[in-house]
Ligand binder design. Structure first.
Ligand SMILES: NC(=O)c1ccc[n+]([C@@H]2O[C@H](COP(=O)([O-])OP(=O)(O)OC[C@H]3O[C@@H](n4cnc5c(N)ncnc54)[C@H](OP(=O)(O)O)[C@@H]3O)[C@@H](O)[C@H]2O)c1
Length: 236
């Protein structure tokens, strides 16, 4: 059991990539604090899980009060915190010539500002861990501009910047931070993609496998960025 009881917070753990990460970490011995918008619907999501090792808490990226409360309830319940996965995210198409201010503001709030807030709340506890870990699920859209959705790309570039700044902020206290940058993953988010076949996209479990590795590396092995893709990527 690699997790050895270490406590990891995962946002957006009710479906898609977040759910796969939760399953992978649970199976490897981690204790989980799962931040979801509707915990009452998520409770009992995984029958057979030991309730001693799982907390479901309310996390709404657009409700700052839930950021502090989720962090506090995690530490109150388990007495420690060892990792944070900022996974929850949203995508709306906003092009250079669109005037979709509300949609753009929401993407900034969910994809950038809320992850920053979660890092601020959790960093003191992760420093105490001695080997704290933060994984920000950014995107390959945070490494290059692939299509006309400049709104999403801007937020994911910012998430990568946030990851680098966080790595530096926590470095001396053993906190390691990674910007995880997947290409297409077969989830609800990509269900409507027409430019690439859904059945050839990476599986959420592929991403989860990488997160498991990031959480089991020693402090001497820092992974600043991890780019993964389902196709040959000529821009990298
Ligand atoms: N799928 C891909 O190809 C891909 C590639 C690169 C990066 N990513 C990134 O990976 C992360 C997970 O994406 P996914 O593919 O698993 O998408 P998904 O299946 O659409 O799941 C999105 C998750 O984010 C949560 N979420 C959305 N808005 C939220 C809010 N305001 N507050 C709290 N939670 C919120 C959703 O909760 P609800 O169920 O309550 O809506 C859900 O749990 C995102 O950051 C995404 O940008 C995805």
């Amino acid at each position: 059991m690699k997790g050895d009881g270490r406590v990891i917070m995962i946002s957006g753990a009710n479906r898609g990539i977040g759910k796969a990460i939760a399953r992978m970490l649970y199976e490897h011995g981690f204790t989980l604090s799962l931040g979801v918008r509707r915990p009452e619907q998520t409770f009992g999501l995984e029958p057979g899980w030991d309730p001693q090792r799982v907390l479901y808490a309310r996390y709404d990226a657009l409700d700052p009060g839930t950021h502090a409360d989720w962090t506090q309830s995690t530490v109150d319940r388990f007495g420690r915190l060892d990792g944070l996965v900022n996974n929850a995210g949203t995508v709306v198409r906003v092009t250079v010539e669109d005037d979709k201010e509300a949609e753009l503001d929401e993407m900034w709030a969910v994809n950038v500002k809320a992850p920053l807030a979660m890092i601020r709340h959790t960093l003191p506890h992760l420093r105490n861990s001695g080997s704290g870990r933060i994984v920000n699920v950014a995107s390959i859209a945070g490494k290059a501009v692939y299509n006309n959705n400049v709104g999403y790309a801007m937020t994911k570039f910012a998430a990568v910047a946030l990851s680098h700044a966080t790595r530096r902020a926590g470095w001396e206290d053993g906190v390691r931070c990674t910007a995880l940058c997947p290409g297409f993953v077969a989830t609800g988010m990509t269900a409507d993609v027409e430019t690439f076949p859904h059945d050839q996209m990476m599986e959420p479990d592929d991403v989860a496998q990488m997160v498991l590795t990031l959480f089991t590396l020693s402090n001497k092995a820092s992974v600043a960025e991890l780019v993964m893709n389902c196709r040959d990527d000529v821009t990298m």
